[in-house]
Write a protein that binds this ligand. Structure first.
Ligand code: AMP
Length: 140
């Protein structure tokens, strides 16, 4: 876990932000380069780098308010849905090493696609699927 990140500086007020939520463990603010009006970032105040670095209690706190924040964002900009995503690690496009949820409003008439559009897809046999599930289960 890094001591300080761009986002801890935002939480501390050293870098200005448009705050939309603030409690003991969780903070949310508007993304400075919004992909849509109301694009919000939701973070734990402690700078865990990746999702799996977060203790369960902290993850529960953040998840506990994520849905409320998404609903508030949708309501505020009159959106009909939100895409909620984490770029979890550099290869996934994570630029700020402080885990954050992107909450991005979607409108009926916009051209945004589901996250499935990001990937080419993998053609796997049932045997390969079963093997993958076993390998994932065994690592927990
Ligand atoms: P990611 O690529 O998932 O790490 O996303 C980092 C996000 O942080 C990007 O969408 C940036 O636009 C956003 N960002 C960077 N600097 C700031 C800032 N000072 N205030 C608000 N959002 C920021």
């Amino acid at each position: 876990m890094s001591e300080e990140t761009l986002f801890t500086r935002i939480v501390e007020g050293e870098i200005p932000s448009h705050t939309v939520y603030d409690d003991e463990t969780t903070y949310a603010f508007l993304d400075v380069n919004p992909l849509a009006p109301g694009h919000t970032l939701v973070i734990p105040k402690t700078p865990y780098e990746r999702l799996e670095d977060m203790p369960r209690e902290t993850a529960a706190d953040v998840f506990g308010v994520l849905g409320e924040i998404a609903a508030a964002v949708e309501d505020a900009v009159d959106a009909s849905a939100t895409t909620i995503a984490v770029n979890n690690g550099e290869a996934a496009g994570q630029e700020v090493p402080h885990v954050h949820w992107h909450v991005i409003p979607q409108f009926d008439d916009d051209t945004a696609r589901p996250i499935h559009a990001l990937f080419d897809g993998a053609d796997l046999s049932d045997e390969e699927m079963a093997d993958l599930a076993t390998r994932i289960r065994d690592r927990r």
